[in-house]
Structures are given as structure tokens and as C-alpha cells.
Design a protein around this ligand. Structure first.
Ligand code: ARG
Ligand code: ZN
Length: 848
């Protein structure tokens, strides 16, 4: 049951017209479909389905006896054009997988990507079959007063017995994964946007009435995204309406259905009391992401699912650009890189590593990964860096123009960049086919008055790919004077194409300090022999803010690794560098807050051959304590200097809140006597969730007596708000206390915990598995907890269960004893009768 990219064949039948008729009810929904099909090849018509009750299949008005095997109907049809009519019956309220048509909080909604549409009606469920849809919905009017689908509403009215109907028509050809409908008792935040060419678009964000006041931020983000895509990519919206619906039960972040985006409510709802600044930023980014898909994904879609990064990598890159344009570009980049390293580098280094354009899969849902999304975005970014903004824009214009209305491949995108941008990307294409994070060794040596930078690249072996070829790696680099820290000459963009190369910088004088991969111009690991003094110099003087951040991170990382591996480390250079950063009045607070944070325990572990979570935790805490103690005056100044009594969402205000909670954390780590009281005071006096959760996070990892009071107060106040309660679970699951596993086990038994809501499952199980110290503690209880939950969730929602397997896949990295314990859990999972293919694929690959 493995599907290979090489086996792609174009469909034998096109389906230009689709008419769907839904008689909607939570317990019973009847779906009638009418497909106009046209022959495009010699084979039979294949209609995928989800095992639902199929009442009838007719061809041209007469009953047809279709072969039904392996959840697929095969229709051997004569001639070239037919009308296929099917009828099936669904039970949305029992659909716990949340794929296809399902019920959530009293409403009915759909999720079709990647292969959910077949669970609604038999169909050639593949992205290269493009159709125009008409959708008629009939439902009880009191329960489902609002009926939405893709495109424009073209009709509707009341019926006998308290029922009503609505019909929608989407004039654009689209693959079935972009189909959507929603029926519910919803209210809209309405607004409008006029496009550059004068089309007035009605905008609606649909939520439960009580949530309406929390939709304004999303609406501003939507309008901002529409304007941004016109300005930066020349892309206009193309329908008269654009609707967004927020749903409480959702398997991932959101979905770009044509004209009717459906969102996990956590990426729509925000007000200062319940959403953190990070939530606000994530909402804007996801709203932008889904909106941008209208062109990068919907107008131009994927030929097959191996090409997923065609739309996801490009669209992530676009939403990253949007976020950078609306905040601090440096801090945005820092956060993007931190995410990439936490998720994608780990994936690339483990048994689930795969290329940005995978070669095979068992279950496509397992390939909505950090590699396809985030490394995919880095590939687009590298092309943009090599081309420069104008030529990149010519490439993207050509891409949209050439492929509008088509289902295409990653290679078509690269070709458009080549043709439009005027660049040869033949070697660059290797980035799409080779998995693994490249390493680049960068060293500087003196040659007379010249400096010579030697670069050497290697791409590690990954499953199924023992040998790798060198790839073009665009590296922004600059040199700095060792004595003064002044820049020497201009930054250069060097593309390392071969396995190794030397770059000569002429007339440099004394051996300079190298700043390389500035702005994180390539998704690689740099290995350099820069000393603590050189890194400290860059951290104080580099004129690229990302590189400055990176230098201090590298200094902290080297120090922590020395502490873990050598048993002792000299913290003084880190303390000095952090002091200079805190005292540098020219840096903005948002940057300072990120720069002074030591690398995460997981990131330190990634750089060690055998991960010792306890030792990493101990050394990192010792460093935090030392920083807290020695720089107490500076932390206090940062803490007090970042207070504010007015809530604003400006980058400055957000930066101040971030720095304030980070300073609080250092005061606590340093053992300042008043730190617990300060934290509790911040917690109680907070006028916003950022300050409140910042204080709670600090208290939860402590033994302070205020800890339990704060947790109880938080629970009491927010127990009715699912999204905030998720934070309550997550904050505790991420605690660095030694007893976190016990706490997590108790929380799993809490009446508010459930696996049926994916957000809640992630808030506890997902968060805990990212807590390196807690998850790997003791006797394997953390592994057992995770495996138990994967198995329990697999019976309800395999797709979300499979997302929890990855941490177990890292067993090789944690030494003999832990490795054996983790393997035993993976074996227990694989052995479970009736296991889904989603979880089977991830667990069996993890063992291999
Ligand atoms: N296309 C959606 C987005 O990135 C996500 C769909 C996820 N689907 C899945 N099967 N995991 O915006
Ligand atoms: Zn997407």
C-alpha cells in the first residue's frame, strides 16, 4: 500500500461539472451527486469513497453495477461522455476523524484536504481533476440558519416543516480537496474590501455569537493580506465573497477552501484577556497563509500530493514575508529559524526524514510536515535570495500566468523561476529530491594580506538515500575586524555549488572574524572554529541582526555543550555578551528578549551524539542561574523598564511584554528573593494574557508557594474558555520541574481533558512530548504515557494520533537504556490489531 511518485499517470476521465445536493442532519445526511464526466484516456472511471453507505450509482439515468473493491468504485464506461449520479448516506455526528463532513459544537462542516472528499461522495479524489461545483444544501432552519459553500450564493428560500435551502456556485475550476460547506447557527463579523481593479468583496468571519467580539484582529489581518498580495505579488481576489468559519474541533490550523476558509478557532479568536501576543501573531500569519493560497494553491494547484510543497512551501514563504513586513523582520526571522530547527532539523535527522518532494508514502496526511512546509519555504527563500526581488517577482508572475487554472509540479515552479528570473537552477533542483540538513564547514585563514574563507559541504545520509550530491547553497557572508568589530568591506552573496570552495577576500589585513549564513540564507548547519571571543565580538558588533543573535546562540551552545560533555564550562563570556546585549540601548526590546534566551534543551541535545536530558537540563539551569544572579541589576532594570499599563499591539509594546517575562524568568532562575512575589503580582495584576501566561509559566516551573494559587485562579477564571484552558494544560505540560510526569498523568485524568478535541489532545500530550527533560525522565513513564495516548487516539482520530509519533522516532539518540524503552513502546504500537495506516506508517518507519 505504498504509493510512488514515479507511478503518476494522468487521469482517464475529466469531471468538468459537479452538482451536489445535501439534505443535512447531524445523524443523517443524504448526499446526491451528479458528475459530468469526459474521457481523457483509455481506462475506466475510478471513484474513490470512504466506505460510507452508497445507496445508488446511475449512469445516464440508468442503474449501473459498478465494481466496488478497496474503497473504490470502478466503472467500465463505453464512449466519451456520461452523467454519473450517486446517492449516499452519512452520519456526520459519528465522524470522529474530522475528515469529510463532521459535526463540531452543533454545526456541520467539512475538511477535504487531502483525501476527505471521498468520505462525502464517490469521486476521483485526486488534485489533478478540476471541476466547477454547484452545491445545494437543505437543512432545519432553526438549528442551521446559516448555509455556506464555495463561491457565490445563487439561490435559497424557506421550505415546509421549518426547513430551508441555499444554493452556491463556484465559477472556478477546482480540485475536490478545496470543496467546503458549513451549516450552523453562526454570526458574521462583516466587512468589505475593494480590489485594485474595483471589485467589491464582501468579507465575513463566521463564529458563535458569543465569539463575535474576538474576530476583529482576524478581520484586520484578512484585509491586510488582500492588500499585501496585490502590492507584493500583483494578485487580486477573484470572487465577490470571501468567508471564514471558525471551528472548535479541527485537525490542524486551517484550510484554504475556495472562498470559504475553515479555521481552527485558535487561529481566529483573540482579545487581550484571552490571547497572547504570540496568538495574535499566529492568527495574522495563518489568516494570511490561507488567503494567499487563493493563488498559490487554488488558482494554481498541485498535480499530485508529492507536489504538496508547491503550494505549501511557497505559501509559507509568502506568509513569512507578510509577517516580516508587519513586525520586526529580524525577530520574525529568529522565530522562523527557531521553529525550523525545533521541528524540521529534527525530522531531517531522524527515521522520518524525507525530501521536500517525497518519493513515496503510505498515508499522505503524514506528509504535511515541517519538511514540506518549512524547509519548502526555505527553498523558495533561497531562490528569492539568488534572484533578488525584481527577478523573483518576474519569476512568480510568469508562474501564475503560465499555470493559472492548472495542476502542476514543483519542477514547473522552478522552471518558471528559471525562465522568468533568468537563472539556471538545474543543480538547485537537488534541494527538492535530497533529504537531510546539509552541514557547511566554514573556516578563515590568512594568506598574506588576503583572507581565504574555506567552505566545505556535506549532506548526511537519510533513509533510502545513502549518498548525496552537493547542492547550491547561497551564503550571505561578511568579515569583521578582530580588534574593533568594524565591518570589513561589503557583505557578499556566495553560492557554494561544489563540495568545497575557497573564497578570497583581498587586502583584509589581520585575520578577520567571519559572519556566515547571515539572515539564515540557507537551511543548513554551520560548523566553524570561531572562538568564544570571536562569537562575542559578532554578538556585539555584527550589523546583521540575525547574525548577531546567531553568534550569541552559538556562544551559549558551545558553552552548554562544554558543560555537559566536559563537566564544567566557563560561563563568563556568555555573561559578558548578555550584559552587553541588555545594556545596548540601540537594540529594540523584542530583539533583546530573543537574543538573551539560551538555546532550548532539545536544541542542545540535537548537537550531541548521545543526548543526556538530565545533564543538559542541569547545565542549562546553571547557566540561567548564573545569568540571573550576575546580571540581577540588568534584569530588574529590564523588568521595570518594560512595564506598561496600556495594552497596545505595536511591535514595541509586544517586545516590552516579551522582555518583561523573560527578565522575570531570569530573576527567578537567579534566586532573587522577591521573584516569586513579583511573578504572582504580575499574574494577578495582568491586563492581558501575555503578561498573565508569562508569569504563570515562571511560577509553574518553580517550587514557589504561589504556584498552586496561580494555577487554581487561572483555572477558575477561564474554565469555560476552551482555548484558554488549552494554555493551562500546556503550561503545566512544559514545566521543568522534576515531577512534571506525575502532574501530566494527573492532568490526563482531569475532567476537562479529552482526546476527542485535537487542540486539547495537543495541549497536553503534544506539549509534554516536547518537554525534553520531562518526557525522557526516569523509568520510561513518559514514553508509556505517549504510546497509551497514541493508541487511544488512533481509535478516534488516526490523523491526529499519527502526529504524536515523531518524538518516539528519536530513540537512537538517547542511549541504550532509553532507546530500548522507547523501542518497546513503538513495538507495542505497531502490534496493536486494527491500527490505522497513519500511525502504522509513522511507527514502523520509526523502528526501521
Ligand atoms: N492546506 C492546509 C494549510 O496548510 C492544511 C491542510 C492539512 N491537511 C492535512 N491532511 N494535514 O493551510
Ligand atoms: Zn497551507
Amino acid at each position: 500500500q505504498v504509493i510512488h511518485r514515479e507511478d503518476y499517470r494522468a487521469p482517464d476521465w475529466r469531471v468538468p461539472e459537479v452538482a451536489l445536493d445535501f439534505d443535512l442532519g447531524p445523524a443523517r445526511t443524504v448526499v446526491k451527486a451528479r458528475l459530468e464526466v469526459e474521457r481523457a484516456g483509455p481506462g475506466p472511471l475510478l471513484l474513490d469513497h470512504g466506505g460510507q453507505e452508497i445507496v445508488s450509482v446511475q449512469v445516464d439515468g440508468a442503474p449501473f453495477d459498478a465494481r466496488n473493491e478497496g474503497k473504490r468504485l470502478t466503472l467500465d464506461l463505453p464512449g466519451d461522455a456520461h452523467v454519473i449520479e450517486t446517492e449516499c448516506v452519512l452520519a456526520p455526528e459519528t465522524n470522529t476523524e474530522l475528515m469529510g463532513l463532521y459535526a463540531s459544537g452543533g454545526m456541520l462542516c467539512t475538511q477535504c484536504e487531502a483525501e476527505g472528499f471521498r468520505r462525502i461522495t464517490p469521486f476521483p479524489d485526486r488534485p489533478d481533476v478540476l471541476s466547477r461545483y454547484s452545491v445545494k444544501m437543505t437543512a432545519d432552519k432553526a438549528r442551521f440558519p446559516v448555509l455556506l459553500a464555495n463561491g457565490d450564493r445563487v439561490g435559497g428560500g424557506d421550505l415546509e416543516g421549518g426547513r430551508h435551502w441555499a444554493e452556491w456556485r463556484d465559477p472556478f475550476f477546482k480540485p475536490c480537496y478545496l470543496f467546503a460547506l458549513v451549516a450552523g447557527d453562526l454570526k458574521a463579523n462583516r466587512d468589505s474590501f475593494t480590489t485594485a481593479s474595483g471589485r467589491k468583496v464582501e468579507l465575513g468571519i463566521w463564529v458563535r455569537e458569543a465569539d463575535l467580539p474576538r474576530t476583529n484582529h482576524a478581520m484586520q489581518a484578512l484585509k491586510g493580506s488582500m492588500a499585501w498580495d496585490e502590492r507584493v505579488y500583483g494578485r487580486e481576489y477573484d470572487l465577490d465573497v470571501f468567508n471564514i468559519v471558525a471551528v472548535a474541533d479541527f485537525n490542524f490550523g486551517a484550510m484554504e477552501n475556495k472562498g470559504l476558509n475553515i479555521f481552527n478557532s485558535r487561529y481566529i479568536l483573540a482579545d487581550p484577556e484571552t490571547a497572547t501576543d504570540a496568538d495574535y501573531d499566529a492568527i495574522a500569519a495563518v489568516v494570511a497563509h490561507e488567503y494567499f493560497h487563493n493563488w498559490s494553491g487554488n488558482r494554481v494547484t498541485c498535480r499530485d500530493w508529492f507536489q504538496l510543497s508547491l503550494k505549501e512551501g511557497f505559501t509559507v514563504f509568502r506568509d513569512q514575508q507578510f509577517s516580516a513586513d508587519h513586525g520586526s523582520p529580524a525577530v520574525e526571522r529568529i522565530n522562523q529559524v527557531r521553529n525550523l530547527r525545533a521541528a524540521q532539523f529534527q525530522e531531517d535527522a531522524g527515521p522520518l526524514a524525507h525530501p521536500v518532494r517525497p518519493d513515496s508514502y503510505m498515508e499522505i496526511s503524514n506528509f504535511y510536515t515541517a519538511t514540506v512546509y518549512n524547509k519548502g519555504a526555505e527553498l523558495i527563500r533561497m531562490m528569492a535570495t539568488m534572484l533578488g526581488p525584481d527577478r523573483f517577482r518576474r519569476g512568480s508572475d510568469l508562474y501564475f500566468e503560465r499555470h493559472d487554472g492548472q495542476a502542476v509540479t514543483c519542477d514547473d515552479f522552478v522552471k518558471a523561476m528559471e525562465d522568468g528570473g533568468g537563472i539556471d537552477l538545474s543543480l538547485f533542483r537537488r534541494w527538492y529530491s535530497q533529504a537531510g540538513t546539509p552541514k557547511v564547514k566554514a573556516t578563515v585563514r590568512q594568506d598574506g594580506s588576503d583572507a581565504v574563507v574555506s567552505l566545505e559541504q556535506s549532506v548526511p545520509p537519510t533513509p533510502g538515500q545513502p549518498e548525496k550530491k552537493p547542492m547550491p547553497i547561497p551564503l550571505r557572508m561578511a568579515l569583521f575586524d578582530t580588534a574593533t568589530g568594524a565591518p570589513i568591506g561589503e557583505e557578499r552573496l556566495v553560492v557554494l555549488e561544489d563540495a568545497a570552495a575557497d573564497m578570497r577576500f583581498e587586502g583584509v589585513g589581520e585575520r578577520p572574524v567571519l559572519s556566515v549564513n547571515r539572515g539564515f540564507s540557507a537551511p543548513i548547519i554551520v560548523e566553524s572554529d570561531r572562538s568564544a571571543a570571536e562569537l562575542a565580538l559578532l554578538s556585539a558588533h555584527d550589523n546583521d541582526p540575525f547574525a548577531r543573535y546567531e553568534a550569541l546562540q552559538q556562544l551559549m551552545l558551545d558553552t552548554l555543550i562544554a558543560g555537559v560533555e566536559g563537566g564544567s564550562a566557563d560561563f563568563a563570556p556568555v555573561v559578558d555578551a548578555v550584559r552587553l546585549t541588555l545594556e545596548n540601548g540601540a537594540l529594540d526590546k523584542a530583539f533583546v528578549a530573543e537574543a538573551v534566551l539560551p538555546p532550548s534543551e532539545a536544541f542542545v541535545g540535537d548537537r550531541m551524539s548521545v543526548v543526556d536530558p538530565e545533564a543538559i537540563h542541569r547545565v542549562r539551569e546553571a547557566l540561567r542561574a548564573e545569568l540571573g544572579r550576575t546580571l540581577e541589576r540588568q534584569w530588574r532594570a529590564a523588568y521595570l523598564g518594560s512595564a506598561s499599563n496600556r495594552f497596545e499591539l505595536t511591535p514595541e509594546a509586544k517586545g516590552a511584554r516579551r522582555l518583561r517575562s523573560i527578565a522575570l524568568g531570569f530573576l527567578m532562575a537567579g534566586g532573587a528573593a522577591d521573584a516569586p512575589a513579583l511573578a504572582f503580582e504580575q499574574f494577578q495584576g495582568a491586563t492581558n494574557m501575555t503578561d498573565r501566561q508569562g508569569a504563570l509559566t515562571v511560577l509553574v516551573s518553580s517550587n514557589a508557594p504561589q504556584r498552586e494559587d496561580a494555577l487554581a485562579a487561572f483555572y477558575d477564571r477561564f474554565k469555560g474558555d476552551a482555548l484558554v484552558l488549552d494554555k493551562w494544560f500546556t503550561t503545566q505540560a512544559l514545566s521543568s520541574r522534576a515531577d512534571v510526569l506525575e502532574q501530566v498523568l494527573a492532568l490526563a485524568a482531569h475532567p476537562d481533558f479529552t482526546l476527542t478535541n485535537p487542540n486539547r489532545a495537543r495541549s497536553l500530550v503534544g506539549a509534554f512530548s516536547a518537554n525534553q527533560r520531562g518526557f525522557h525522565s526516569g523509568d520510561g513513564g513518559g514514553y508509556r504515557f505517549l504510546a497509551d495516548n497514541i493508541l487511544a487516539l488512533d481509535a478516534i482520530n488516526p490523523q491526529t494520533a499519527a502526529k504524536f509519533v515523531a518524538p518516539l522516532g528519536r530513540w537512537r539518540r538517547f542511549g541504550e537504556a532509553r532507546g530500548a524503552l522507547i523501542r518497546a513502546e513503538l513495538e507495542r504500537i505497531v502490534a496493536k490489531p486494527g491500527l490505522s495506516k497513519d500511525v502504522f506508517e509513522q511507527a514502523s518507519k520509526s523502528l526501521a
